[in-house]
Design a protein around this ligand. Structure first.
Ligand code: SF4
Ligand code: SF4
Length: 72
């Protein structure tokens, strides 16, 4: 299954829970501050995303949306 995520950069507090939770290494932490003064997470390797939603389940800020490709 192919997935995609969107991270709300300005809701993110840079806790790295999503980075640690992702089994395929999709997410990285940026080195540029967001509007709240945190280094936010970013989906860098979206080609590896399966849509498992483990990142979103771990996010305390509810900053991650997960989309999955529908099977035809
Ligand atoms: S949905 Fe799954 S594979 Fe995709 S970024 Fe989140 S944890 Fe990683
Ligand atoms: S789990 Fe949520 S708040 Fe923490 S780094 Fe990831 S997106 Fe940001």
């Amino acid at each position: 299954m192919k997935g995609m995520i969107v991270i709300d950069r300005d809701m993110c507090k840079g806790c790295t829970y999503c980075v640690d939770a992702c089994p395929t290494g999709v997410i990285i932490i940026e080195n540029i501050f967001n509007g709240m003064g945190y280094f936010p997470a970013r989906p860098e390797h979206l080609d590896k995303c399966t849509g498992c939603a483990m990142c979103a389940q771990m996010c305390p800020e509810i900053a991650i949306e997960v989309y999955r490709e529908e099977k035809k």
